[in-house]
Design a protein around this ligand. Structure first.
Ligand SMILES: Nc1ncnc2c1ncn2[C@@H]1O[C@H](COP(=O)(O)OP(=O)(O)OP(=O)(O)O)[C@@H](O)[C@H]1O
Length: 296
């Protein structure tokens, strides 16, 4: 649970950026804040994580472990991604060996390009973004806050990011993120708020259906007769949240309501269905249905 109560914010003597913002987020939710440039989204996130103080009102029930990825992470540091993350892990209370093992795993999962020993200042925007994300995940966060997290990330990392967000929510954490694209907020969030004119208001049908969302992890493999299936732009199919390709096939996380359409498309393109595992994201997330086997 995270609560923003009657939060108001102005910078100095400027106009009100946020006025009387009331937001209550139960554990297990992925919440999007959509709004135009300068509407106050970043301000809202900084208040939620505790980096900025509201002029009036307050934030209560913030989970103790917070991971934050700012909209821009451009460290002018010569130290490498590994050294930086290990150091940040130690700052967050991890032993050096645990911090460096965790850093290594995260950089591998996020597929940092250019090598983990490259100086931070030499990283591209997208790769720096991956380091910022790894930093936020060094200790499993109860609150993960991401400011425009998709900007600059490549397609593979898009899928991975969506998967990470779902994982945090599935283990009872809260995820807050901003994006100005409605298609993204609709696909990724369990509830969406619109930020504009200083106000933050709930939006869209997903808000009402929010509390528990069921997703399916679909494992697809090459057909048994050895025919090589056609690769699809899985990321573009309806309801797809994450895509992970490996040598044996592809794993796709998809909203339950879009699972049948995804399976149909896969079968039509020569894929074989390995397993379909459903998980409900929400407060008490449990895997609750599994089917397996060749469905052909
Ligand atoms: N530190 C600051 N000092 C003064 N004004 C600020 C500060 N940070 C933000 N603002 C102002 O507050 C308003 C909201 O900015 P904010 O960065 O929160 O918006 P945003 O919705 O995140 O925008 P964008 O989508 O362009 O990143 C803007 O008018 C901005 O100029």
């Amino acid at each position: 649970m995270l609560r923003l109560d009657a939060v108001c914010k102005r910078y100095g003597r400027g106009g009100w950026v946020l006025r009387d913002v009331d937001v209550e987020v139960p554990a297990g939710e992925v919440v999007a804040f959509a709004g135009g440039n300068g509407s106050g989204k970043s301000t809202l996130l900084r208040i939620a994580v505790g980096l900025s103080r509201p002029t009036r009102g307050g934030v209560t029930a913030r989970p103790p472990v917070v991971g934050y990825v700012p909209d821009r992470f451009s460290p002018g540091e010569r130290m490498s991604a590994m050294a930086y993350l290990t150091h940040m892990g130690r700052v967050r209370g991890l032993a050096t060996s645990v911090a460096s093992a965790r850093a290594g795993l995260l950089l591998e999962r996020l597929a940092l390009v250019g090598g983990r020993e490259a100086p931070l200042l030499s990283l591209s925007k997208g790769n720096a973004q991956k380091v910022a994300l790894a930093q936020a995940l060094l200790v499993e966060p109860g609150l993960l806050v991401l400011d425009e997290p998709w900007s600059g990330l490549d397609a593979d990392a898009h899928g991975m990011l969506a998967e990470i967000m779902t994982d945090v929510a599935a283990s009872g954490g809260i995820v807050l993120f901003t994006d100005h694209r409605e298609s993204v907020t609709r696909a990724q969030a369990t509830r969406t708020y619109r930020v504009g004119d200083g106000r933050v208001s709930p939006r869209g049908p997903e808000t009402r259906a929010a509390a528990h969302r069921t997703v399916a992890d679909v494992v697809l493999t090459a057909d048994r007769d050895g025919r090589v299936p056609e690769d699809l732009a899985w990321e573009r199919l309806d309801g797809v949240l994450a895509v992970h390709r490996d040598t044996t096939g592809v794993r796709v996380r998809v909203l339950r309501e879009s699972t049948d359409a995804l399976l149909l498309a896969a079968l039509r393109h020569g894929w074989s269905v390995g397993t379909v595992t459903e998980t409900t994201t929400g407060h008490h997330a449990t895997p609750h249905a599994t089917t397996s086997g060749d469905t052909r």
